[in-house]
Design a protein around this ligand. Structure first.
Ligand SMILES: Cc1cc2nc3c(=O)[nH]c(=O)nc-3n(C[C@H](O)[C@H](O)[C@H](O)COP(=O)(O)OP(=O)(O)OC[C@H]3O[C@@H](n4cnc5c(N)ncnc54)[C@H](O)[C@@H]3O)c2cc1C
Length: 571
């Protein structure tokens, strides 16, 4: 089943949720769609089958990927929202979110590498010295070189306070890095000549825990002042993981400093490395959530095509064997897949809009930054979870053909499964949301968002959509009660920690109820004005399905949030 980039759906979502009118996305979306469909998507299945592998100590990506990467980067696609000062297109992150969705739907294992490069650009731009920026940003922005994020060590996964890698000052402004990292995405590969590793390590005498971590830039090849490549640095890939999915992307064990020590440069202040790394992780978390949306979209397209072709049983009122799409149970699954995907896309576009608004600064910029920070863990966790759910439904719709590898439905399911784990597990995202975002001292943003739901309810009522209006009001009431409960229990972390994951799902469901309703209002108005595009009917159906099948669960979800005492009995 060939991938078709959902340009209309994405454009409509950007318009409604991110204030990016179609004239601003014109051209870019079509071009990106064409590249994703024609160039990237054909590499997805062979990339999965071949995987990345080690040959004579070197990492070899699937056949054709190095040329494909050069073509992709050469077309400027790495730099959509990157600063013009360093050679980027300088377009909004909202647009980069759309293009990243297309790359990821087409081939998630391929698109994963650029996520890290783009996060590294943000990090260097904000925290890097002028010398580091001048030396490395132009090549990262163009995609000529890629970047990695080196956090995880065998004993330090979610708990980075346990990390042991060390950095010794060399006396000449550089550092010697020593340590082992695991699970490093695209830590070594043959797509580009050089790779820039952003590595967390401890300086001598650094405090214990997360307050004693610094960030270093460690190039695979040292770079001369004129920009040409010098000697190989003391960093090596010592092995690749054999994993459930995303086989095309190499997941590397890395050794820094097996000899004289890997030469590195400090990024940002000493001991402030984790804060710097959060700049990188925030972009990566938005894009990880987006991976859930992208893979869900692809799974939906697959399942829809299969359901139209596969004939089994007789649908109600027919005498002949029917395509399975005529069975109400299959229709329910397909509608669920599409509505969840639309909800996740809306959420990701809202977060991207807040990021753009925050970057513009001025009045409202600070609130937008807080909004982006609050939405980021929700996008990461909710959208990655829905990616797993939707791809699983995709397998289900294929029946036995979904479980075998032939149709590609199984690959999507396997590829999606990493997204709730990396970039901070979804459990950690939920804790971040509750403790550091919703309950941040002085923050009333969650309550502002509930007020926005009430405004959406009023708008739905005046647009002649009373059932959607009621759903938004109900969602707001449940959310208000749950947030009040969180505030009352702010001094009881054991309760909050046990309730964080259900709260994140509840909050995401409430917010997306409002977002899909807003899309339905726009669609209803445009239809009333005589524009009858398929995407408008789809938006109305998605909102209706979502409110009738997801929003209605919120009272029960709210009760789950407020009842975590059972957990104390467990351990
Ligand atoms: C394919 C792949 C690619 C990756 N790419 C990179 C990369 O490029 N760079 C990089 O640095 N890392 C990378 N990682 C590592 C990834 O980020 C970690 O696996 C992830 O952060 C979880 O850490 P862990 O595996 O040690 O699990 P653990 O931290 O051991 O967690 C195990 C379980 O315990 C839960 N848990 C842990 N602590 C808490 C807590 N305090 N409260 C509640 N629950 C908790 C977690 O939610 C999880 O369910 C990658 C991993 C994979 C598999």
């Amino acid at each position: 089943m060939p991938y078709r980039a959902p340009v209309d759906a994405v454009r409509f979502s950007l318009d409604v949720h991110a204030g990016l009118t179609p004239d601003r996305s014109e051209g870019i979306l079509e071009e990106a769609a064409r590249f994703a469909e024609e160039r990237l998507a054909p590499g997805n299945r062979p990339g999965d089958r071949q995987g990345s592998r080690m040959e004579a100590g070197a990492v070899v990506t699937p056949e054709g990927w190095p040329a494909l990467y050069r073509e992709w980067a050469g077309s400027g696609w790495n730099s959509v929202d990157m600063p013009e000062e360093w050679g980027g297109m300088g377009l909004p992150t909202r647009l980069a979110t759309a293009t990243m969705e297309f790359w990821t739907s087409a081939c998630m294992a391929f698109a994963l590498g650029p996520v890290l490069t783009q996060g590294a650009v943000d990090t260097l731009e904000i925290h890097g010295s002028a010398a580091l920026k001048g030396m490395y940003l132009p090549r990262l922005v163009s995609g000529e070189w890629t970047a990695t994020m080196n956090l995880t060590e065998p004993q330090a996964g979610s708990d980075l306070g346990l990390l042991r890698s060390k950095a010794e000052p060399a006396g000449d402004g550089t550092y010697r890095i020593r340590g082992s990292k695991i699970f490093i995405t695209y830590g070594e590969h043959d797509l580009t000549e050089n790779i820039l590793h952003l590595v967390l390590a401890r300086l001598p005498g650094a405090p214990e825990g997360t307050k004693g971590i610094s960030l270093f830039l460690v190039p695979k090849f040292l770079v001369h002042a004129d920009g040409t490549l010098g000697a190989r640095n003391d960093v090596a890939c010592t092995g690749l993981e054999h994993k459930l999915g995303i086989h095309g992307s190499p997941t590397c064990s890395m050794a820094f400093g097996q000899g004289a020590g890997a030469i590195g440069w400090l990024v940002g202040e000493p001991h402030r490395g984790l804060a710097c790394m959060f700049t990188m992780m925030n972009k990566a978390r938005l894009f990880t959530g987006l991976q859930g949306v992208a893979i869900a979209e692809r799974a939906f397209q697959h399942a829809l095509a299969f359901a139209r072709e596969r004939k089994q049983g007789r649908a109600p009122g027919t005498r002949q064997t029917s395509p399975i799409i005529d069975h109400p149970d299959v229709q329910r699954n397909l509608l669920r897949m599409r509505a969840l995907t639309a909800a996740g896309r809306a959420l990701a576009h809202r977060a991207a809009a807040a990021i753009d608004r925050a970057r513009e600064g001025g009045p409202g910029g600070e609130e937008a930054g807080e909004r982006a920070a609050l939405l980021t863990p929700i996008v990461k966790a909710y959208c990655s979870d829905l990616g797993c759910e939707v791809t699983s439904l995709g397998v289900q719709i294929h029946g036995g053909m979904g479980y075998v590898e032939e149709t590609g439905a199984a690959q999507l399911f396997r590829d999606a499964r990493i997204t709730p784990i990396y970039e901070g597990t979804n459990g950690i995202q939920a804790i971040d949301l509750v403790l550091r975002k919703v309950l941040r001292p002085g923050s009333g943003l969650a309550e502002v968002m509930i007020a926005e739901l009430a405004a959406t309810a009023a708008a739905a009522r005046s647009a002649g959509l009373p059932r959607l209006a009621e759903a938004c009001s109900d969602a707001g009431s449940v959310l208000a009660e749950a947030i009040e409960w969180l505030r009352q229990n702010a001094g009881a972390p054991e309760r909050l920690l046990g309730s964080a994951t259900p709260f994140l799902r509840l909050f995401a469901t409430g917010l997306t109820t409002g977002f899909l309703t807003e899309a339905a209002i726009v669609a209803a108005r445009r239809r009333a004005a005589g524009q009858d595009l398929a995407i408008y009917r789809q938006a109305l159906d998605d909102a209706r399905y979502y409110t009738e099948n997801e929003t209605v669960l919120m009272p029960g979800m709210g009760r789950i949030v407020m009842q975590s005492e059972i957990l104390a009995e467990f351990a």
